[in-house]
Design a protein around this ligand. Structure first.
Ligand code: GDP
Ligand code: MG
Length: 426
């Protein structure tokens, strides 16, 4: 079985949390896009972890974790992440971690480029993209320019070092134009030696590994980073990530383009949150926003930035579900709405007096007005609920309404951050 776990919204839906729970039925968990701009929070009996590059299955002893070829990998960051987990008692060896030889390396100069460009944009326009400044957009640009280094090259640095001087010279055309000191070739060689060497043992052809595992009947899960609305093609461009966050891309980004997904599970939040810039039609402001942000603890896992928040957005979520081809939904953070007597839901948008049901093009989105419907809240603590029949009727009604608005069944309802705080609805 090949199953993808992907985000329906703007990211931070609780994918890491759901992967941690659902991975009990899987042998392999595989990240297939993005880099260390991800922040997946997992809380279980082993502690509280924030994972940036490593798949959330790393916390289960019997799960093999794969970093696929669609990813971009910051070597220093990955070394640090592995060290941190090891010191928390998590075992990481080539048996339970495999890194694709085709995955791309995020270079220190890519991080510098990200910072330089966000600073330039801030000064020139006052409108940065809201990047996590971890070099993700520049390294994906290098990949498509065919100027990037790949993990497999670390296995033969002689060839890599022959290519290096010209790539650094090319990159310095950009770096110096921003008024920064040029990057040094020797510094880059040192970087590869220091942070590439410890990772060599994990590098392999993950396509071969995954195909063999699939043929042997192993269950494979693909863990996406971010959500549909941050996808490079389908999201709110340019306020998106630079990779494909879409479930259909999972087999490609993992290393098995020959295999087809059996199931797509969409992770959808019971309300909306959006970190960084870009149009966010149903955004709350002032006290309304503060209340929801506090209740949901909405501060970025990777960056600590306060997240923008709002009520559930049926237009955006319906679009997200379609993009992800979701077969079923895990609804997360329903408990965050515990303290509300009345809950707002954005059912559709309006533009110049016209009703909008389809998620519009980014530029149009800026002018859309959200239309809210109010429903009765349950106004009590649901964090202890373990079965559907323990949920208050208003909470069940809320779940059914979202199903109706989105046209997809909600199979799991998460009512807390801990592994087992989740209700199976059917
Ligand atoms: P991801 O990037 O999709 O993995 O999500 P993040 O980890 O960035 O953000 C989700 C946050 O919500 C984390 O702090 C989780 O611990 C927390 N969380 C996940 N599910 C629930 C839930 O059902 N209830 C509550 N209260 N918190 C949750
Ligand atoms: Mg996150």
């Amino acid at each position: 079985m090949l199953t993808s776990i992907c985000g329906i919204n703007w990211g931070d839906e609780g994918k890491g949390r759901m992967v941690d729970l659902l991975s009990r039925d899987f042998d392999i968990v595989c990240r297939y896009q993005g880099g260390n701009n991800a922040g997946h929070t997992v809380i279980n009996e082993r502690g509280r972890f924030i994972l940036n590059l490593l798949p959330s299955g790393i916390l289960r002893e019997d799960v093999v974790n794969v970093l696929g070829c669609g990813m971009v990998i910051d070597l220093k960051h990955l070394c640090g992440e592995i060290e941190k987990l090891r010191s928390a008692g998590i075992k990481i060896t080539p048996d339970n971690l495999k890194i694709s030889d085709k995955a791309v390396i995020t270079m220190p100069y890519n991080v510098l480029q990200d910072v330089m460009e966000e600073d330039r944009l801030t000064k020139a326009t006052g409108k940065p993209y809201g990047s996590t400044r971890r070099g993700i957009a520049p390294v994906y640009a290098d990949k498509y320019m065919k100027k990037a280094f790949r993990m497999g090259e670390l296995l033969n640095t002689e060839l890599m070092f022959r290519r290096l001087p010209d790539i650094v010279a090319w990159k310095n055309l950009t770096v110096t134009a921003y008024g920064y000191d040029p990057v040094g070739v020797e510094d880059m060689k040192d970087y590869f030696r220091t942070y590439g060497e410890p990772l060599k043992e994990f590098i392999t052809d993950t396509g071969v590994f995954l195909n063999e595992a699939h043929a042997a009947g192993r269950n494979i899960m693909f863990e996406a980073q971010l959500g549909a609305l941050r996808d490079i093609d389908y999201g709110i461009v340019p306020y998106t990530s630079s990779s494909s966050t879409i479930a259909a891309y999972a087999p490609i980004g993992a290393g098995v383009p020959n295999l087809k997904l059996d199931k797509s599970i969409g992770i959808m939040k019971a309300y909306s949150s959006c970190v960084g810039e870009g149009p966010f039609a149903c955004e709350y402001f002032g006290e309304q926003a503060e209340r929801l942000r506090e209740a949901g603890g909405e501060y970025g896992a990777a960056t600590g930035r306060p997240r923008r928040v709002g009520p559930f957005d049926a237009v955006a979520s319906r679009y997200g579900i379609r993009c992800q081809g979701a077969d079923e939904i895990a609804l997360t953070k329903l408990d965050v709405l515990d303290g509300y007597e009345e809950i707002e839901i954005c059912t559709h948008y309006e533009l110049n007096g016209k009703r909008i049901d389809e998620f519009p093009f980014t530029d149009v989105l800026d002018y859309c007005k959200p239309v809210f419907e109010k429903v009765k809240g349950w106004n009590c603590d649901i964090t202890g609920c373990k079965k559907p029949e323990e949920l208050p009727q208003e909470a069940v009604d809320y779940i059914r309404l979202l199903e109706k608005l989105c046209g997809c069944r909600i199979r799991y309802v998460s009512v807390g951050a801990e592994r087992d705080a989740c209700i199976k609805m059917y």
